[in-house]
Unconditional design. Structure first.
Length: 207
């Protein structure tokens, strides 16, 4: 699988998103720690609406890659555009269909790229889901091959009340979480979801 992200199209889309979102949202970003400028990173945001995706791209300066459900890539024109923006499809039901995308993800991490994974896997609007550990487990399995500990960054997104046309949105970027072994995937996921819950001030759901 060859990922075709185009930095010009990404930057133009981000600029348009900034213009449009500034009309309807007042986005405030708070960083709990200083993030490294270089090296790979896994960003783990809260997921409530489709708008989380452009909001995360606006909150982080580097160009990002986004892991997304394969259903979004069903139609050719949409698939091509999402690929140009750095979209990486995964099959949430069949791991074997995700292997090609995962190989690409590993090569991106080797190249020091920043990858966004929504750990809840779907929308949770009034709470924080338990989180899915499968993809994090696959990343940790290859971490020793990569030769360094990958920082996992929990991010809270909190939508406030509307004031006229605009709605307040708080993006709170937490401190990096680290894990060493594949067997740490479940505890890492639990820690990430606890941090996301704290950062966005929403309760954790019991599923």
């Amino acid at each position: 699988m060859v990922l075709k992200r185009n930095s010009v199209i990404y930057s133009v889309t981000k600029g348009v998103a900034h213009l449009v979102f500034s009309i309807f949202y007042r986005i405030e970003t708070e960083k709990k720690t200083t993030l490294p400028d270089d090296g790979p990173m896994i960003i783990l945001p809260k997921h409530q609406y489709w708008t989380d995706i452009p909001i995360i791209s606006l909150a982080f300066k580097p160009l990002l890659y986004f892991v997304a459900k394969k259903e979004l890539f069903k139609y050719p024109l949409i698939r091509d555009y999402l690929s140009l923006l750095g979209g990486l499809p995964v099959d949430r039901k069949q791991s074997i269909r995700t292997l090609d995308s995962f190989r690409t993800l590993v090569s991106l991490l080797r190249a020091g790229e920043k990858i966004v994974i929504f750990p809840e896997g779907t929308y949770f609007r009034n709470g924080v889901g338990s989180g899915k550990s499968r993809l994090l487990q696959m990343i940790l399995r290859f971490q020793s091959e990569l030769g360094y500990s990958i920082p996992f960054i929990p991010v809270g997104i909190r939508y406030g009340e509307r004031s006229g046309w605009r709605r307040q949105v708080e993006v709170c970027i937490g401190a990096a979480l680290l894990a060493e072994r594949e067997s740490d995937a479940i505890p890492l996921t639990h820690r990430a979801m606890e941090e996301i819950s704290r950062l966005c001030r929403l309760p954790q759901c019991t599923e």
